[in-house]
Design a protein around this ligand. Structure first.
Ligand code: PMP
Length: 358
């Protein structure tokens, strides 16, 4: 018998590693990546800039350059602190580690982003879910406040827009929820480039409301840079558990460049928003499927048989995300990332083939 089972906690042994689908040879529309990077001239300047990175030394452990560029680009005032993470996933992990203690719990809407639960479980926190409306995925503020009062969570995560449902929760609701939360409420704005509404100006107001963002959905998923904007007291506490050089030198340099030259990724996001709205409109005309409006760079779709359509699309060379079985409200649902014009056409053709086979 291996001694692993004696030493690794049973809840960790019971968990499955996060699965990343094998996308080789497929049009990859499963993970909300942007279909393209910067144009050739920006790419060339970027590479020259990266050529200057001193990689025989550790990177700047405080990430000053990136933080300054974030402050300048997003107009984050000195009254707020910033924590950098190796993707926002690492920030989620740092938050759960910092706030875990016996009987501490995490509260988050369901269906929602799976990593909150993964991180909470690893840190030893109890997890409670707030059920979203099964028709439009809205959040009933009174029911949410009642759940907060009942569970007294140390940490509340609200992805806004929500993944995988794509809807935006009203700012007033989030404000009310933060006021009721005994610990920290984090508004996860991973999809900020694609959303018509935002909450960044609410960071620190009230002082237990923090806003988390990432460059991942802005066309830079490979960089792995996320950040949390919060009242400095929260950031100071989190700095105590951050590993010294969590943001590597290349990511720091690349992110600084991207924040100082944002035109290409902002234009890309604008194109994707427009393409998403057209996709929702087109899918809305197909009475074989149910589609929800989206404020993110993906679209949630219900089909008659999600597994068959998913496999049918894959056979046609298109990889999307099958959500069937993840939550009762996601029965027969697929999540389609908005791609390039050509990718979307391939995806719609593959979807048609998949639907015909149902
Ligand atoms: N939050 C949400 C809601 C997400 O959907 C994702 C990525 N799927 C993340 C955070 C993680 O982003 P990152 O790439 O910055 O770790």
């Amino acid at each position: 018998m291996s001694r692993v089972a004696d030493w690794i906690r049973p809840e960790i042994l019971a968990a499955k590693p996060y699965q990343v689908a094998d996308a080789r040879g497929l049009i990859k529309l499963d993970a909300m990546e942007a279909p393209s990077g910067p144009p050739a001239d920006v790419q060339a300047d970027w590479q020259t800039w990266l050529g200057g990175v001193d990689w025989h030394r550790y990177p700047d452990g405080t990430g000053q350059g990136v933080k300054q560029a974030l402050r300048a680009h997003f107009e984050i005032g000195p009254e707020l602190g910033i924590l950098l993470g190796n993707g926002s996933d690492e920030i989620i992990q740092m938050l759960t580690l910092a706030l875990a203690r016996p009987r501490a719990s995490l509260l988050t809407p369901a269906p929602g982003f799976a990593i909150y639960g993964v991180a909470a479980r690893t840190a030893g926190m109890a997890i409670h879910y707030l059920a979203l409306d099964e028709t439009d995925f809205s959040l009933d503020p009174d029911a949410a406040i009642a759940a907060i009062e009942r569970h007294q969570p140390a940490l509340v995560f609200i992805a806004n827009p929500n993944n995988p449902t794509g809807n935006f929760f009203p700012r007033e609701t989030l404000h009310r929820l933060a006021e009721a939360t005994p610990g920290l409420l984090v508004v996860d704005e991973a999809y900020f480039p694609h959303s018509r509404a935002h909450c960044l100006d609410m960071a620190g107001r009230p002082d237990n409301l923090a806003v988390m963002r990432t460059l991942s959905k802005a066309g830079m998923a490979g960089l792995r840079l996320g950040w949390l904007v919060a009242d400095p007291a929260w950031i100071d506490a989190l700095e105590r558990i951050r590993m010294p050089y969590n943001i590597n030198a290349f990511t720091q340099a690349a992110a600084e460049f991207a924040l100082k030259q944002p035109q290409w990724w902002q234009a890309l996001a604008a194109e994707l928003r427009e393409r998403r709205d057209r996709l929702v409109e087109r899918l809305g005309q197909d009475d074989r499927v149910q589609v929800w409006p989206s404020e993110a760079n993906f679209v949630l779709l219900r089909v008659p048989d999600a597994v068959a359509v998913f496999e049918g699309m894959k056979a046609e060379g298109v990889l999307v995300k099958c959500l069937h079985g993840q939550h009762p409200a996601l029965q027969h649902c697929l999540r389609l990332t908005v791609g390039s014009e050509t990718e979307n056409e391939h995806m719609l053709a593959a979807l048609d083939v998949g639907l015909r086979a149902c």
